[in-house]
Structures are given as C-alpha cells and as structure tokens.
Design a protein. Structure first.
Length: 250
C-alpha cells in the first residue's frame, strides 16, 4: 500500500461494497476521502466510520447521473480540502434482463449511471486534475469482455466506460494524469454478485470455473486500485486489468 498522506481521493458509490472498501484503504494509507453516494444513510455512516478510525472523510450526496449535482460535489470538495488527487469511478448498477425484458427505462438508467456517470464525474474535476497531475481509476467489469454478468445493458455500459477510459488516457497522459481501469469478476461485495447467482447451487457451479477456487474480495479490488493510483506505478496507462482469479472468458 502506497503512502497517500496529503492527498484527496473521491470515490463514487462508496456507501457500500467495493467503493466503501476502497475508501477505507485510501484512508488507512493517509488520504482524505470524499464519499459520494445517492444513499444518504450508508454514505454518512461510511464517512463517519472512516473519520473515527483513520483521517477526515466527508460525505456528499449525489447521483452520478446528474451533472449539476457534480458541480456541487466539486464545490464541497474544494471548500473542505482545497484539492483533488484521485478519482475512483465505482458507482454502478446491474440488471440481469434479456433484450425482450429490458424496458427503455432500464436501458436508459443503466447507461446514465454506469456510463454517463463517469463522464459527469470526470468533467466536474477535469481542470483540477490537470493542476495536480492526479490519477483516475475506473471500476469496470469483466463482463465488458465476456458478455456475461447480466443481460446486455450492463456489459454494454461497462464496455462503453472502457472506451471512455482509453480516450481519456490518451488525452490526459501528456498532462501527467494516469487513467486506468480494473475489470473485476465475481467479487463478494454482499449484493451485486447475487443478481446473477442467487442460489448456493449456482454459486458453487461458477466457483468451478475460477482457477484460484475462490471469489474475489473487496480487498482484492481495493489493493489494485491503490496500486494504480500510486504515482510509483505511473508507466501503467490506459489499461484495463482483469481481476478474475484466472477465469478470463469462461
Ligand atoms: N460485485 C461484483 O462482483 C462486481 C463485479 C464486477 C464489477 N463490479 C462493479 O463494481 C462497482 C461496485 O459494485 P458493488 O458490488 O460494490 O455494488 P453495490 O451495489 O454493493 O454498491 C454500489 C454503490 O453505488 C451506489 N450507487 C449506485 N448508483 C448510484 C448513483 N447513480 N449515484 C451514486 N451512487 C450510486 C449504491 O448506493 C451503492 O452504495 C460497480 O460499478 C460494479 O459494476 C462489481
């Protein structure tokens, strides 16, 4: 784990699951954290918990699909901490429906949160990043490559996000900003994995496909996020790293 003292890391969707775990690790490594979530209860709780255990963390309620909310988030971050160094684009939703069962609303919601949400977050902090030569880490999904993990709207949104990240890496690399993605598969975050594998039987069957014979943990994703955000590793640029226990496509 690198040293992030004096840095400010903003994590979207950090009230629960993977985002929360990432925020906790950044705080443990000395960074001030900004918890963004549309769920006020879990978001507040996470910021309080982190402040008590590590260093100051603030919660700002916002929906990543709302560009205006992010202007507010940016103002609040600068009011509290006066800088931004790391953006973790983690907030996401998953629906497991097949084409005939996907309503336009569901399609549109998935794209607005999982894809447009990335653009809104980056745009609000774009000029600040140029100043601090920061790092951006996007939590994608192995389903962008495999097509598994929930009907078509989810993989479509995640593959779109990876395109955005590759474009951003080209645009921001010359300015000293690192941009990379992590594509996890089957991380036991307590919620999202159950969308596709609701029974013990289905979980056991998919476990057989993972060579390391375990599901990923929140810590696995957090460890890699801190690694990619660390300027000691800044020659890694525009990459998507599969975090899947060796399963890859199956
Ligand atoms: N769990 C897995 O197996 C897995 C695998 C691959 C990728 N991922 C990705 O990791 C990320 C986190 O997943 P998780 O398992 O922790 O999910 P989760 O459902 O446990 O947590 C997601 C968090 O994001 C917040 N959120 C959702 N929509 C939001 C919005 N519009 N604005 C602000 N906050 C919002 C939720 O309130 C929640 O706190 C997601 O992008 C997901 O696609 C998860």
């Amino acid at each position: 784990m690198g040293n992030f003292e004096g840095k400010v890391a903003l994590i979207t969707g950090a009230g629960h699951g993977i985002g929360k775990g990432i925020a906790r690790q950044f705080a443990e490594a000395g960074a001030n954290t900004v918890i963004v979530d549309y769920n006020a209860e879990t978001g507040e709780e996470t910021a309080k918990e982190i402040t008590n255990e590590f260093v100051k963390s603030i919660f700002v309620q916002a929906d990543v699909s709302d560009p205006e909310a992010f202007v507010r988030v940016r103002d609040k971050v600068f009011e509290e901490f006066g800088r931004i160094d790391i953006l973790v684009l983690n907030a996401g939703v998953a629906f497991a429906n097949k084409v005939n069962d996907i309503s336009f609303e569901e399609w549109s919601k998935t794209i607005s949160i999982n894809l447009t949400g990335l653009f809104n977050t980056v745009k609000a902090f774009y000029n600040d990043f140029l100043m601090n030569k920061g790092s951006i880490v996007y939590i994608s999904s192995g389903s962008a490559l495999s097509g598994t993990g929930g009907g078509v709207s989810y993989p479509a949104s995640k593959a779109g996000g990876e395109g955005l990240i590759r474009g951003l890496a080209k645009e921001l690399g010359p300015k000293g900003v690192n941009v990379n993605a992590i594509a996890p598969r089957l991380i036991d975050s307590g919620k999202m994995m159950r969308v596709n594998y609701p029974t013990e039987e289905s979980l056991n069957a998919v476990l057989e496909k993972i060579p390391v014979r375990r599901f990923g943990t929140i810590e696995d994703v957090a460890n890699l996020t801190l690694f990619l955000a660390d300027k000691a590793n800044s020659y890694i640029q525009g990459q998507t790293i599969l975090l899947d226990g060796g399963r890859t496509i199956a």
